[in-house]
Design a protein around this ligand. Structure first.
Ligand code: NI
Length: 136
């Protein structure tokens, strides 16, 4: 019997979408306003879902307090009030699109979770635009 537990989280961050190997014109055509050289910010919202068997002793899939602490250390402390392009090493050579951000978050959380737990991360860049990754 597998159950999914979820925790919501939030961070603010700035980014610029561009490829340094493309001209400004091509970056502008592909990324539009997100190619603003002075960066721009988003209020990112996050849902982290962990699926696993209920531990018969505790009745938990995992302690949600531990999940909360993992999200704080791996995501909020790493990304909140940061410039993703300049401050976060994972995006030094990786365009910080919502798609790439959700994969980075997934990989960081997967590395600290018990290996028998399945993970899915949904990242909202705006209330209407969101991406989901579950390791596939
Ligand atoms: Ni943006």
């Amino acid at each position: 019997m597998k159950v999914t537990i979820s925790r919501k989280a939030h961070f603010n961050a700035a980014h610029r979408l561009y490829r340094p190997d493309w001209s400004f014109e091509k970056n502008d055509a592909i990324f539009g306003k997100c190619n603003n050289p002075n960066f721009h910010g988003h209020n990112y919202d996050l849902t982290v879902s962990v699926t696993g068997e209920i531990d018969p002793e505790t009745g938990y899939v995992m302690d949600v307090k531990i999940l909360k602490d993992f999200i704080k250390s791996e995501v909020e402390d790493a990304f909140d009030h940061k410039n993703l392009n300049l401050d976060v090493p994972e995006f030094k050579d990786l365009n910080p699109t919502a798609e790439n951000i959700v994969v980075v978050i997934y990989d960081k959380l997967k590395a600290v979770l018990e290996s028998n737990l399945d993970l899915e991360v949904t990242l909202y860049e705006t209330p209407r635009n969101f991406v989901t990754y579950s390791g596939n």
